[in-house]
Design a binder for this molecule. Structure first.
Ligand code: FAD
Ligand code: DLZ
Ligand code: SF4
Length: 509
């Protein structure tokens, strides 16, 4: 072979990927490799591994159908070295290319290992930008430059102007940039929920499921209910399904939670977006088209577009701006090990047991479950950031470090000292009780503030503020709760500390 070897990673499954541009069908070869190491650097949920491997196999078949030559290494192929760099090394021997082309990977870890390999490779390596995002790393860096406290809302407004989405003559449609205040409704019991499309595993997916069952049996998570889109066609169908059936009420019930209802009005599109089956531009444009045609209201469409054009691009920009050092901070000096129940769901706190059970079953929890149930608990209980980050990276089908880490380290744990978000999202049982039905049937009561039957979130919330007073009391966004603390008498403060101590030592035991 005298052509180019083009690497396609498991989250780069987009026909227009930069590494595939200017492909020479007579000389070039695409390399795709299933490797143990990528499934094991954290113990990924089996559904995530099935998602990536099955989507890789379908993508390879589609490239071949387009006439591209694909060298595809299956996980159990003879001689598979088990690592990306090992497979690149072996591929150089097989093909003897004149160069290798790589689209920059999504994670710092993978960039490092590919760079290390490239430094010793016998051929030149051409790196190409991952241009599937709405904001390039360069554009983000210039937005970030000189900002002491970057905030998603400012970035989002900049991107609204840049794309012209939901804008009218330079002003936001409807007069407001952000309709979040309208998007905090609890779910009424009578509210019907849309039926969600799940994709029955085809023969390829079934083969991958058997492989993953055999090789990753020790990982947390059920494989049986696998129903994620694994082809672009399925992902496009899922997008249409979402925008027509769920988007109209997406905004209203974005923060709501209900036992046994994992999907509600969420899009379930993060897996497809994160592995490249869908591009963020087409997803946002499909939602905006629904608003234009009058099929979905502005609060829903703006709320949805903000998650992708705003949050998704913002966390990706910060990840690349701040890595590799970003994960090292531990502003609140949180040191507690992850309690075993994060892996078993075996806890008397019903909200946690529900969310962990759904996570095990579906490799999915929606944003508020991640942020305000497991995340809020991790924050209040002072769980060590590295352990919590490993957990979030392991348990969701959509987990990739570039999006998981800023959400966990910054948004949930405030371990970055407020670089990403202006305040920790701490909340007591009253919030969970208002936004969910979890408290019905729980061993604890959200109404009780102290004692063995009181909801642990209640005293942990105040204990968290007390423990971190030095670091958090100056935060204007926490002025109200700190004023309330000041008004509490000594007996109440002692009670809070005792309740929290009792509960936290039971975790350690
Ligand atoms: P929807 O509610 O329908 O939102 C639409 C899309 O917006 C999502 O598909 C996603 O692409 C994007 N989005 C929404 N919120 C965020 C956010 N905070 N950051 C970045 N993108 C966002 N998302 C991941 O894709 N991968 C992760 O590994 C991940 N880890 C998270 C860890 C924690 C601790 C928290 C609090 C959030 C995390 N998120 C992650 C963000 C968010 O929870 C998921 O994107 C969302 O729940 C996916 O479900 P959905 O597609 O139904 O989302
Ligand atoms: C997540 C994942 C898994 C489980 N397996 C593979 C694989 O076998 N081969 C591959 O090329 N990619 C895989 N991936 C995705 C990579 O981990 C991904 O490219 C990195 O997360 C970088 O973004
Ligand atoms: Fe969770 Fe507290 Fe409600 Fe129980 S009472 S479900 S622990 S918020």
């Amino acid at each position: 072979m005298s052509g180019t070897l083009r690497l396609v990673l498991g989250d780069q499954l987009s026909p227009g990927l930069s590494a595939l541009q200017d492909f020479d069908a007579d000389h070039d070869v695409v390399l795709m490799a299933e490797v143990q190491a990528e499934g094991r650097y954290v113990p990924h949920h089996p559904q995530k591994i099935v998602l990536v491997l099955s989507a890789m196999r379908h993508f390879a078949a589609q490239l071949r159908a387009r006439g591209l030559q694909v060298d595809y290494i299956e996980l159990d192929a003879a001689g598979n070295s088990g690592t990306l760099s090992g497979e690149l090394r072996r591929a150089l021997q097989r093909h003897n290319p004149k160069q290798v082309v790589i689209t920059e990977p999504g994670e710092w870890r993978v960039l490092q290992l590919l760079r290390d390999w490239a430094a010793t490779a016998s051929v030149p390596v051409q790196w190409r930008e991952d241009d599937r995002f709405l904001c390039s790393r360069e554009r983000f860096a210039s937005w970030l430059k000189g900002r002491k406290a970057p905030r998603m809302e400012h970035f989002y407004r900049d991107m609204r102007r840049h794309t012209g989405w939901l804008m009218h003559e330079g002003e936001p449609e409807g007069g407001e940039w952000n309709y979040d205040a309208d998007n905090r409704e609890p779910l009424p019991a009578s509210q019907p929920l849309p039926v969600r499309e799940r994709y029955a595993p085809d023969v390829v997916t079934q083969q991958v499921m058997a492989l993953v069952r055999g090789q990753f049996a020790d990982h947390f998570g059920d494989i049986e209910g696998f129903g994620w889109p694994v082809t672009r066609e399925q992902a496009l169908e899922a997008l249409q399904h979402f925008v027509t059936r769920a988007l109209p009420r997406y905004g209203d019930y974005q923060d709501a939670m209900r036992s046994g209802e994992p999907w509600l009005f969420h899009s379930l599109l993060s897996t497809s977006l994160n592995i490249g089956l869908l591009l963020p531009r087409e997803v946002c444009e499909a939602a905006i088209a629904q608003w234009r045609s009058g099929a979905a209201p502005l609060n829903a469409v703006e709320g949805f577009v903000r998650q992708i054009l705003g949050w998704r691009e913002y966390v990706r920009g910060l990840y690349w701006a701040w890595m590799p050092g970003y994960a090292d901070s531990n502003h609140l000096n949180a040191q507690r090990p992850l309690p075993a129940f994060f892996w078993t769901g075996n806890t008397s706190l019903r909200c946690l047991s529900q969310v962990i059970a759904e996570t095990r079953r579906n490799a999915y929890a929606h944003h508020i479950q991640r942020l305000m149930i497991t995340g809020n608990f991790a924050l209040l209980a002072g769980l060590a950031p590295a352990a919590v980050e490993q957990w979030y990276l392991a348990v969701y089908a959509d987990a990739f470090e570039w999006v998981e880490l800023p959400n966990t380290h910054g948004m949930v744990l405030h371990a970055d000292g407020g670089l990403l978000a202006s305040k920790p999202y701490a909340a007591s049982g009253a919030y969970i009780s208002r936004m969910s039905d979890y408290c019905k049937g729980c061993a604890y009561s959200p109404k009780l503030k102290t004692g063995a039957k009181a909801c642990p979130f209640n005293y942990l919330y105040w204990d968290f503020l007390l423990r971190n007073r030095e670091k958090l009391a100056g935060n204007v966004r926490l002025a109200m709760p700190y004023r309330s603390l000041q008004n509490m008498d000594a007996a109440r403060l002692t009670q809070i500390r005792e309740d929290a101590q009792r509960f936290l030592s039971s975790l350690d035991a």
